[in-house]
Design a protein around this ligand. Structure first.
Ligand SMILES: Cc1cc2nc3c(=O)[nH]c(=O)nc-3n(C[C@H](O)[C@H](O)[C@H](O)COP(=O)(O)O)c2cc1C
Length: 244
């Protein structure tokens, strides 16, 4: 065990923050760490937007399904998959390539790695935070709100601040269910999932002081069904992504 491992294993999403402001130098350090995330072929096909404007914060909160941390977090960063820079400046490219599924995948992976790196950097400096994908409830409105050009996809927010809650760590699936060796093996899947359902039921029961008993399969299934977000696909195709 070392300090970094303890930090990584201690992860929990934080949605309530004190009023303490985050010093600008700390924000810069977090952003520089995010920029040091690995990036496919050094394309760096993402951008980050700090949302300071209270009116825009309110609109994002509304779009996200009234998630109050979007308005109240001391720092809100919007991570975008961004192929517009490459379209405008990469030399000798046929811009058609930016419309293929591979280019989209590269940009989303780049943006996600940078976002997670920012979160870990923030946690190492005593902050807590949560990723908010809820902005994809109306991705076209988000893009218009910030004047995004085509080939820019507002992927998710990262809300950060000094923690004012401690929800504890959330159990994960048994490692054996997630890890495969040499071949994809599902022989024990049912057993692993049943065990995890029991663990999650007990976890939610304790976290809600007995108010909720919900299994992982039921909770995650319902959650997935509640947000089809088909409009994300229409948006992407209208904005130059996923043409082929
Ligand atoms: C892509 C992504 C989108 C997420 N969107 C939301 C969100 O809209 N609202 C929210 O409260 N949490 C959101 N989360 C946080 C997850 O709910 C959380 O990470 C998960 O339940 C595991 O809990 P933990 O982070 O506390 O371990 C999101 C996480 C990811 C990775």
């Amino acid at each position: 065990m070392n300090e970094t491992m303890r930090l990584l294993l201690d992860h929990r999403s934080i949605r309530k923050y004190t009023d303490e402001i985050i010093p600008p130098e700390m924000i810069e350090t977090i952003l520089k760490a995010a920029q040091m995330a690995p990036t496919s072929s050094n394309y760096q096909s993402y951008s980050i937007l700090e949302v300071k404007d209270p009116e825009k914060r309110k609109i994002l909160r509304d779009i996200s399904g009234d998630q109050e941390w979007v308005e109240k977090a001391p720092l809100v960063l919007l991570f975008m998959a961004d192929l517009s820079r490459g379209r405008d400046y990469f030399e000798a490219i046929d811009t058609e390539i930016l419309g293929n599924t591979e280019s989209f995948t590269v940009a989303v992976v780049d943006a996600a790695l940078a976002m997670e790196k920012a979160l870990i950097a923030a946690q190492s400096l005593g902050l807590g935070g949560v990723i908010v994908g809820g902005i994809r409830n109306d991705v076209a409105r988000v893009a218009a709100l910030f004047d995004m050009p085509s080939l820019v996809f507002p992927m998710a927010l990262l809300c950060l601040g000094y923690p004012a809650e401690d929800p504890g760590t959330k159990p994960r699936l048994p490692l054996s269910e997630v890890l495969h060796v040499d071949r994809y093996d599902v022989r024990d899947r049912q057993r692993y999932i049943e065990a995890y359902n029991e663990e999650m039921e007990a976890y939610y029961f304790e976290r809600t002081q007995g108010a909720k008993r919900r299994t992982w399969t039921r909770h995650s299934g319902k959650s997935l069904m509640a947000k089809d977000r088909d409009a994300v696909g229409y948006f992407l195709r209208r904005h130059g992504f996923l043409k082929k």
